[in-house]
Design a protein around this ligand. Structure first.
Ligand code: NAP
Length: 499
């Protein structure tokens, strides 16, 4: 059997360090977005499967070696995981590309490499988790410890399965937690691959458990399970709002990495070569299924028509097609549901009076879920296509007259995940960056991310930060210890004499 055929064998749940069938014996098809064909099947788990996974995780946390291990040993295992991710990069690229439709070149350079770097970065973080001592007027030694929170329920979306699961798992494990992970039902394969890879790296059984199945059943059961101590959720604002309310009812701490609808501002002094490259990257990368995509282009009015003209010429030349072709930049959308949503929004844009500058239609290729990158101008200010998260390769373009208007338009949606601006004026760059309602702002490029740089949203894009040392805030709790240190008799005598 070839390596690829082996990878695409029907997959089971990974619970307690072993593969298991689900309680109800149900299965779900995993579809190849490049052809619409069935790749393999995974278990459609139920609440009983979640319960078994949580019990295994609980046992690993309460009695297993992972939380008690010296941080340096945990770090060694996380570094080994990074090494294995790189060694098995070909397999991971192939799997993720089949599952999500990601172009192989980008998948290797971005998804797989970022995942490896996340484990390395978190290995270093693990060794720096520290408490502190506090000075008090009470005769005492007061100190704090940072401890793991326990069993983390991680729920992740379909668009960057490997990166987004690694973000949570690497940070949670670094702090000594254990995890039950529910990947998106459309794209579950890399999560199962990584679970076994982490076991090979030395992660003890029960520390990482992966339960596949629907959000309504598996996700919901995780949110409500009394054995889960914390929820780490990435997904849409609508589901995140629901997840946060259920977690709140159960008094579980949550981190919420939610939707986005970033503005990308091109000022009249921008370097247009740099700006256009960033603008295109910001809306076509991952077929626009990108929480931090830049789908709302705001252009200084004197440049508006010039920029539209350049985009009309340049966008159709971006290679779109078979994700397995190393030259491909835009692959298919991850699923039929995502494709249908984009088609609906472009149809709505037409009804709203928008002008389709390029794209605006499916690409009929091999039965896959392809949509041509689409630029839309002349939409009314109250357009829903501008205001809502389309989550596809669609760029709307609006002119602005001055900096205040650009900032007001940029901040005019409920989202606040990312934003960006193109300018050669360094003062303006800092001034505008400070005024944008976003968790991260890029200047003169787009999507510059690194495991060291905190990432997360404001407003309807969520709360909590992943990446950077800030990520540990979400995966640790502080305990204070105050030890009474009454003065020794000798010290008391000296004090009395002095008095
Ligand atoms: P989604 O529909 O919200 O799903 C996210 C996850 O939640 C999936 O695993 C889903 O399971 C699960 N889920 C669904 N219903 C649930 C419930 N009742 N209880 C618990 N879990 C439930 O999002 P998506 O369509 O997969 O991903 C796209 C969205 O994610 C976009 O809005 C995007 O902006 C956002 N996103 C945000 C970030 C960030 O860092 N801020 C990163 C990536 C994506 P099923 O797959 O089974 O439905």
């Amino acid at each position: 059997m070839t390596q690829e055929a082996q990878q695409l064998q029907p997959r089971q749940l990974f619970v307690g360090g072993v593969w298991r069938e689900g309680n109800a014996g149900m299965r779900r098809d995993v579809v190849d977005p490049a052809t619409g064909g069935i790749l393999t099947t995974v278990v459609e788990a139920d609440a009983t499967d979640v319960d078994v996974a949580v019990r295994n995780a609980r046992e690993a946390f309460d009695h297993g070696p992972w939380p008690r291990m010296p941080a340096r040993d945990r770090a060694r295992i996380l570094n080994r995981a990074a090494q294995l991710i790189r060694e098995r990069a070909d397999e991971l690229v192939s799997l993720e590309s089949h599952d999500v439709g990601k172009p192989v070149s980008l998948c290797r350079a971005v998804d797989v490499e970022t995942a490896a770097q996340q484990y390395e970065y978190c290995a270093a973080l693990a060794q720096g988790i520290e408490g502190s001592t506090r000075s008090t007027p009470i005769p005492s030694l007061a100190y704090t410890m940072r401890l793991p929170v326990g069993v983390v329920g991680a729920i992740t979306p379909f668009n960057f399965p490997l990166i987004l699961s690694s973000t949570k798992i690497a940070a949670a494990l670094a702090a000594g937690n254990v995890v039950v992970h529910k990947p998106a039902d459309d794209t579950p394969l890399s999560a199962l691959f990584v679970a076994e890879l982490l076991k090979d790296a030395g992660v003890p059984d029960g520390v990482l458990n992966v339960v596949t199945g629907s959000g309504q059943v598996v996700g919901e059961a995780l949110l409500r399970h009394p054995g889960v101590d914390k929820i780490a959720f990435t997904g849409s604002t609508a589901i995140g709002r629901h997840a946060a309310s259920v977690a709140g009812e159960h008094l579980k701490p949550v981190t919420m990495e939610l939707g986005g609808n970033a503005a990308h501002i091109v000022f009249d002094d921008a370097d247009l070569d740099v700006a256009i490259g960033a603008v295109i990257k910001a809306f076509v990368f991952n077929s626009g299924q990108f929480c931090m995509a830049g789908p709302r282009l705001l252009v200084a009015r004197p440049l508006h028509d010039t920029v539209l003209g350049i985009l009309e010429q340049a966008v159709p030349t971006v290679p779109i097609g078979d994700p397995r072709d190393p030259a491909t930049v835009i692959g298919p959308m991850a699923g039929e549901r995502q494709l249908a949503k984009v088609e609906e929004y472009v149809e709505l844009a037409r009804k709203e009076g928008g002008r389709i500058v390029c794209g605006g239609e499916r690409l009929d290729l091999d039965g896959g879920f392809y949509y041509r990158p689409t630029v839309i101008a002349d939409l009314p200010a109250d357009s829903r296509v501008i205001a809502e998260e389309v989550f596809g390769p669609v760029l709307t373009v609006q002119p602005f007259d001055d900096e205040d208007e650009a900032v007001a338009l940029a901040n005019s949606t409920p989202y606040g995940l990312a934003a960006g601006l193109q300018t050669r004026d360094v003062t303006r760059a800092h001034r505008v960056a400070a005024r944008l309602d976003a968790g991260i702002v890029w200047v003169n490029d787009w999507a510059m991310l690194d495991p060291a740089v905190p990432f997360g949203g404001v407003k309807d894009s969520g709360f909590g930060r992943e990446y950077g040392p800030e990520a540990l805030e979400a995966y640790t709790r502080v305990k204070s210890v105050v030890v009474s240190l009454p003065p020794t008799p000798a010290a008391s005598a000296v004090t009395e004499e002095q008095a």
